[in-house]
Design a binder for this molecule. Structure first.
Ligand SMILES: Cc1ncc(COP(=O)(O)O)c(C=O)c1O
Length: 364
């Protein structure tokens, strides 16, 4: 039986040739001109003035917090209780304190209403996460943060190629972060990026990622910095993947639509509201009442799936120190019902139809 994986990478001859040409050029492999080109392409797509690429989306968030000066245990950063664990982990890595808050049921994002009760005199920033490219109302979030005197950081790791009202996600806050890990819309194996229009802040980011110095080869350190740099070997792949962004955005949306249409009359399958003219879903995400049984059934049919992330307050590293005995009703409910279906860019309509047929067989 041919297995349909939940996700697999998508690269081709273009990436292969680019890597060979790069190696043939006798290049140094470390971060240099190819990374700068990759950054220019990200600026062009997002409309952001500055971009720095780093090793991954966890350290890019950490660098953002460090550059903003939120690296002390008394600095509280609001983070959704339902997100990939890297969001709050990056806060801890920076040295600050994540404060977990519940999400809104329609968007799976935090909102001014879910955040408000958890603000204290120590709250410094909101880390908004646009899960699977859905953001909720970003103008409301910007207005709320402005009114409360909070910095808005966007963890847009899952929102590369996604917009809110036509504006790229990651550009609403003071700083936005992306990830290029394997299952993302483009991948360099590992990779992350920060974007911002703030020149001073991004100058700090530039130094933080390079030992605290303003340029390589000069051993003078202006501030505490680390080695969060990228490599040109990965950047040559990133450049080729970036050229495919328009077609990938289109394909991701087509795949989502095909699933939705096929499963429209399966009442047990619940969809999260998705505006496909703005959102580019990274994964096909559904809510079902009996996901274990469905996942087991699909596995028997050779179809791999993956459960949603757990609600973070249930996880060992996030004990009550990081939240105030909340019950997290929505994130708990979503985390218990969510299932990711096969979502690879390579997935043909025939394969999607086969997967949907199996789901229909299970329910109807
Ligand atoms: C919402 C979110 N934030 C942060 C990250 C971390 O990115 P990385 O895996 O590149 O460190 C991810 C990765 O999947 C993510 O989904």
């Amino acid at each position: 039986m041919q297995i349909i994986p939940q996700y697999e990478p998508d690269y081709g001859e273009e990436e292969k040739k680019a890597v060979i040409n790069y190696l043939d050029s006798g290049a140094w492999l470390t971060e240099f001109k190819q990374t700068r080109t990759f950054e220019e392409m990200i600026k062009q797509l997002t409309g952001s003035a500055y971009c720095w690429i780093m090793m991954n989306g966890t350290v890019s968030l950490t660098a953002a917090l460090y550059a903003l000066g939120f690296n002390k245990p008394e600095d509280e950063i609001i983070v959704p209780n339902f997100t990939m664990v890297a969001s709050p982990n990056s806060v801890l890595l920076a040295g600050a304190k994540p404060v977990l808050v519940d999400i809104d049921e329609t968007t799976l994002c935090i909102t001014p209403e879910t955040i408000e009760p958890y603000l204290t005199a120590r709250t410094k920033a909101v880390m908004h996460v646009s899960l699977n490219g859905r953001s909720g109302n970003m103008q409301d979030m910007v207005d709320f943060c402005e009114k409360k005197g909070l910095i808005l950081i966007e963890d847009a790791a899952q929102a590369f190629g996604s917009f809110w009202e036509g504006k790229h996600l990651g550009t609403f806050g003071t700083i936005g972060s992306f990830s290029f890990s394997m299952p993302k819309i483009i991948t360099t194996g590992q990779g992350g990026a920060l974007i911002s229009d703030d020149a001073v802040l991004m100058d700090k980011v530039k130094k933080i990622r390079d030992f605290g110095r303003s340029r390589g080869g000069i051993d003078e350190y202006e501030m505490i910095g680390f080695n969060f740099k990228f490599s040109d070997l990965q950047a040559v792949i990133g450049i080729e993947q970036m050229k495919k962004m328009p077609i990938r955005i289109k394909r991701k949306r087509e795949i989502f639509k095909r699933y939705q249409e096929n499963l429209a009359n399966v009442s047990s399958v619940q969809w999260i509201e998705t505006n496909l003219s703005d959102t580019t879903p990274w994964f096909i995400d559904i809510l079902v009442p009996d996901r274990k049984e469905l996942a087991d059934f699909l596995k028997e049919e050779g179809i791999e799936t993956r459960f949603f992330y757990p609600a973070l307050h249930t996880q060992a590293p996030y004990n009550e120190q990081y939240f105030e005995n909340q019950r997290f009703l929505i994130s708990s409910k979503i985390a218990a019902r969510g299932l990711w279906l096969p979502s690879s860019l390579k997935l043909s309509f025939e394969k999607i139809d086969q997967i949907c047929e199996a789901i229909r067989k299970f329910y109807l």
